[in-house]
Design a binder for this molecule. Structure first.
Ligand code: LCS
Length: 395
């Protein structure tokens, strides 16, 4: 059977790796090396000139990292992948590769706080402007795309409001104008959503999250067309240098093997907790893909997501202090940023992940002071529910 015929669960375990090319080692070996010896000076010359394939120096490529890049490309149904030291290293390498001074970026109405910070940095230092857009109709997209729009940047679901963006709609409008569409697919992982199959061009991950799955790595991934990935690899990755360490790539290869089973459990737990929170008198709103607070999103979800995911955002009746008091009562659920780990985590976006976003912009993004974001872990859902229940009782 051809590799492309294999199912996701199988590719997550075997993708990009041939044991026979590595002494038969069942597990991909960890090439913990910074450089590679050349057989002679001419071979070094040929490798630098691009006339001969082979490794040169680990900032330019590493065999363990390459297995990870090939595996994630298969899972995202893209041509090639590239691994980075963090999600932000991936986001910045892509945006810097696609823009020049005077350009414009059209962005979803809400992004991770540091992506918001990066957009402002690009604007302040290099006059690369941006506009936040709801991206919910063809007409508004057509109006918001400018002549100098160099790329469209989407998070869906958006961190932390869980609002969805219709990937096929945006990709269709962008394609007519030849504008690349970038999707930050961190909240879904390729198990729940593959933006390239919906016409988008570039996928980004904070691999720190579901792809790692164990809260012990900071890393980023980019997937796209071969020529684009090669361009990033030879410019904004090589010369800015935000590369992943071979050991972190090795840990991500391990994490990926269990991505499908972990995601199923995250999703199952989250659905049960949404049910519990929905009926609770102290909860005001719940933001969850396909839920009743964004009625239009159910249709988008069915089109592009396999399941709603493992993140739940919700507001409590009360104030910022109510939300903080509630968090402080939790025992099992840990107060921490990040997401996608085995442990259930809760954070307060207005004062944590999105604290860098000015209050006025937070309001536009829908980040209320009472909003909480729960990253549902892999524990027994009954135990998580009990912890939430006892904390809500005290509010
Ligand atoms: N994109 C999204 C959607 C994210 O949520 C994050 C980090 C990043 C990119 C950046 O990735 P990193 O450099 O951290 O690997 N999000 C975080 C969050 O929501 N809590 O803590 C970090």
């Amino acid at each position: 059977m051809e590799k492309k015929d294999l199912q996701f669960e199988t590719k997550a375990i075997h993708g990009g790796y041939q044991p026979q090319e590595h002494q038969g080692s069942l597990v991909p070996p960890l090439y913990q090396t910074s450089t590679y010896t050349f057989a002679n000076s001419q071979q070094g010359e040929r490798r630098f000139a691009g006339e001969e394939e082979g490794f040169i120096y680990s900032r330019l490529g590493n065999p363990t990292v390459k297995i990870l890049e090939d595996r994630i490309a298969e899972l995202e149904k893209g041509e090639a992948g590239l691994a980075f030291a963090s999600g932000m290293a991936a986001v910045s390498a892509v945006l810097v590769a696609l823009t020049k001074a005077g350009d414009h970026i059209l962005c979803s109405q809400g992004v991770y706080g540091c992506t918001f910070g990066l957009l402002n940095l690009l604007k302040d230092k290099y006059a690369i402007d941006h506009k936040f857009s709801l991206m919910n109709t063809r007409e508004s997209l057509e109006q918001e795309i400018r002549e100098n729009t160099a790329c469209i940047y989407i998070e869906t679901p958006i961190n932390p409001t869980m609002k969805l963006v219709d990937l096929e709609l945006v990709a269709a409008v962008a394609k007519e104008r030849g504008i690349p569409v970038i999707v930050d697919n961190t909240f879904c992982s390729p198990y729940l959503q593959t933006p390239i199959t919906h016409g988008c061009d570039i996928v980004i991950h904070s691999a720190t999250k579901y792809i790692c799955g164990h809260g012990d790595v900071i890393a980023g991934l980019v997937i796209g067309k071969k020529d684009f990935i090669q361009k990033v690899s030879r410019t904004t990755q090589k010369d800015i240098g935000g590369i992943i360490s071979p050991f972190d790539a090795w840990l991500l290869l391990r994490g990926l093997k269990t991505l499908p089973v972990r995601m199923d459990r995250h999703c199952e737990n989250a659905s049960r907790l949404v049910e519990f929170l929905s009926g609770h008198p102290k909860v005001e709103s719940i933001y969850f893909p396909g839920g009743s607070d964004y009625p239009d999103d159910a249709q988008i979800m069915n089109k592009q997501m396999k399941k709603p995911g493992g993140l739940i955002s919700f507001t409590l009746k009360g104030t910022k202090e109510t939300a903080q008091f509630f968090m402080n009562q939790l025992k099992l659920v840990k107060i921490a940023v990040s997401l996608g780990d085995a442990e259930t985590l809760i954070q307060h976006p207005a004062t944590m992940t999105h604290a860098v976003v000015p209050a006025e912009d937070r309001k536009k993004m829908g980040i209320d002071d009472t909003l909480l974001r729960l990253s549902v872990g892999l524990e027994a859902w009954e135990d998580i529910k009990e912890d939430l229940e006892q904390a809500l009782e005290k509010v």
